[in-house]
Design a protein around this ligand. Structure first.
Ligand SMILES: [Zn+2]
Length: 249
């Protein structure tokens, strides 16, 4: 297959991963790549490519990078919650405009103080420098892995997919999540984050036929620079204070 990158074009073996493909191009084109874009879709460096295409490099300076950070932070949140609350059941980890979030089914309600315990655990995961790996597999294998992880909502989700659909699982340490990516290379690429709040959230996904159930959604924010996090938190806490004042009036 033929892969184009900038002005360069090279031949590669069918199924080569993006990171192997990048090694075939000159360093000036691939320097600082954190992931790629193919046909306007973000693609992980670990994904294998199965047809000729044009690759666009995404670096830390690309506007897309923050979305990859947010999404990766949501997996770290989920892993941390599973460590702190081993009986929790998780739904999906995701990113939104402001930051990231994940829905959980806790045995008993959490408190605001729990957020700082979870943050400390997230810090440990970040400092552990876990490599983030991607694996495609058959539905049945993914179901077995989710059974071991004790994640019934995810088993239900995977069971709702067609038997022919390849399931993608991302892992870091002993944590595993169903996800199409892309993600950063390792957990330590997350530097500046904060959990902000939690709310009730209904698990209701008609598309997957999953029942309505009240879960707890934990929200957080992540930034590339510490100053961005500090600026965000200053405005956020100010808004929160004003809201409380008005509420008490
Ligand atoms: Zn993900």
């Amino acid at each position: 297959m033929r892969i184009k990158l900038g002005e360069e074009e090279q031949s590669f073996e069918y199924g080569a991963t993006v990171q192997d493909i990048l090694k075939g191009f000159s360093n000036e084109h691939t320097k600082g790549a954190v992931c790629c874009k193919i046909n306007n879709k973000l693609i992980d460096l670990k994904k294998s490519i199965k047809r000729s295409c044009t690759i666009e490099i995404i670096t830390k300076k690309s506007p897309e990078y923050i979305d990859i950070l947010k999404h990766s932070a949501s997996h770290i949140l989920e892993q941390a919650v599973k460590t702190v609350f081993p009986t929790v059941k998780c739904w999906r980890a995701s990113a939104n405009k402001i930051g990231f979030y994940c829905d959980f089914d806790f045995k008993s309600p959490i408190t605001f103080e729990d957020l700082s315990v979870i943050e400390d655990e997230m810090d440990k995961i970040i400092k552990a420098h876990f490599e983030i790996t991607r694996k495609e597999m058959h539905r049945d294998e993914a179901i077995e892995i989710m059974k071991e992880a004790n994640e019934p909502f995810k088993i239900e989700l995977i069971e709702s997919f067609s038997d022919k659909k390849k399931i993608i699982l991302y892992s870091q340490g002993d944590f595993v999540e169903i996800c199409s990516g892309p993600h950063i290379k390792s957990t330590d690429q997350i530097k500046h984050f904060k959990l902000t709040r939690f709310t009730g959230s209904y698990l209701k996904d008609n598309k997957f036929g999953i029942d309505k159930k009240l879960l707890t959604r934990i929200y957080g924010v992540v930034f590339e620079k510490k100053s961005e996090l500090d600026d965000f938190m200053k405005v956020y806490l100010e808004k929160k204070k004003r809201f409380r004042k008005n509420f008490i009036k």
